[in-house]
Write a protein that binds this ligand. Structure first.
Ligand code: P6P
Length: 343
């Protein structure tokens, strides 16, 4: 039974964001409103995902369901609802999405005057949905560089990750969590479906400096750089003093693999390969937001040579090799790559 006092131990996402607004002396609530609407869209997507297994009743993507509605692929559904939620805030003037080749401009007067732009992967790892594996939304927020009131353009998105104002992800898993940072620590909120609120569950997340989990698709081993091959062998050596062999854990859903390693310690790796010389993961709306969170939690994020957040983007959908997680482990991979260059 919940007593009156229990219900007042809850800090909702909205309360927390507004309370932390004091961290930004010039904040007028725009970012708070953006984050609130991200939470609203996440709840809508969460509800739809929870029914994804009922395709026989609800229809497969591309079908027309019993209500005569076109059944959307869930990643297009998520894309539509995040864009709609952000348009409703009038706090964002443009969006870059993994689902759209070009940026989406919000052309109404109010939004054109907004000071933020938004990057997102609306439903990362959506192919895992068919087998009931958790997936995620990843987002990143920047101040625009074009003049407010003018048309935003690509230059607003070609900013290094160090310029991010906020970043976060939603993980639709055994529970649904929203984890974000505005540069003042990393905070996790768990959705309580009984009250429809994201409630503070993991304040000030710090990731262990050293972990014992490594996450990589070892099926690509033959194509990895020499330094990665050396690091994997290092992980597998029996040495109780350094808690090796480490544990291999790979879900194939970036948000899920990263979230587990963030809380428990570990390193996630998606290297360049001969087939994918720049790796697979996208800089703007996968690597940069995850890197911002990793660094704010005391971890590290590298492309194998340098800091992910310092990469100057050249293309909306550019890919980069990605090594992220516990600082000591990322540094070990960087050292192996430096010592054993090339394939
Ligand atoms: P692979 C999902 O498709 C994704 O974009 C990330 O979520 C995940 O980390 C990666 O690809 C998995 O890629 O090649 O191992 O299947």
């Amino acid at each position: 039974m919940t007593t009156a006092t229990d219900s007042y131990n809850i800090t909702t996402l909205n309360e927390f964001v507004i309370r932390r607004q004091a961290d930004f002396p010039y904040a007028k609530g725009e970012l708070s409103r953006l984050l609130h609407h991200v939470g609203v869209a996440a709840k809508v997507v969460n509800k739809k995902i929870n029914k994804a297994g009922l395709v026989d009743i609800l229809g497969r993507a591309g079908d027309v369901n019993v209500q005569g509605e076109d059944v959307q692929k869930l990643d297009l559904f998520a894309n539509h609802h995040f864009i709609a939620a952000l348009r409703a805030t009038s706090e964002c003037c443009a969006i870059a999405s993994e689902e759209d080749q070009e940026i989406t401009l919000f052309d109404d007067g109010l939004s054109r005057d907004a000071k933020y732009v938004f990057c997102m992967d609306p439903l990362d790892g959506s192919s895992n949905l068919d087998v009931n594996v958790s997936v995620g939304t990843i987002f990143s927020i920047y101040r625009r560089v074009t003049e407010r009131g003018e048309h935003p353009d690509l230059s607003d998105f070609m900013q290094p990750g160090t310029e991010q104002v906020a970043a976060g992800y939603v993980i639709y898993g055994s529970s649904t969590m929203l984890v974000y940072t505005t540069g003042k620590g990393v905070h996790g909120f768990t959705l309580d479906p009984t009250i429809g609120e994201f409630c503070l569950s993991n304040p000030n997340i710090m990731t262990p400096q050293q972990g014992t989990i490594y996450s990589i698709n070892e099926g690509n081993y033959a194509h990895f750089p020499q330094g990665v091959k050396k690091y994997l062998k290092y992980c597998q050596v029996v040495d109780p003093d350094t808690h090796r062999p480490y544990t291999s854990r790979y879900i194939g859903s970036l948000v899920s693999d990263f979230h587990r390693n963030l809380l428990k310690g570990g390193v996630f790796m998606y290297p360049s390969t001969r087939k994918a010389p720049s790796g697979k993961l996208r800089l703007l709306y996968e690597c940069n937001p995850i890197a911002f969170i990793a660094e704010q939690a005391g971890g590290k994020a590298s492309d194998g040579v340098g800091r992910i957040l310092e990469i100057q983007p050249k293309d909306l959908h550019q890919r980069v090799p990605f090594y992220v997680g516990s600082r000591a482990m990322v540094e070990d991979v960087e050292a192996m790559l430096a010592e054993h260059p090339g394939e």
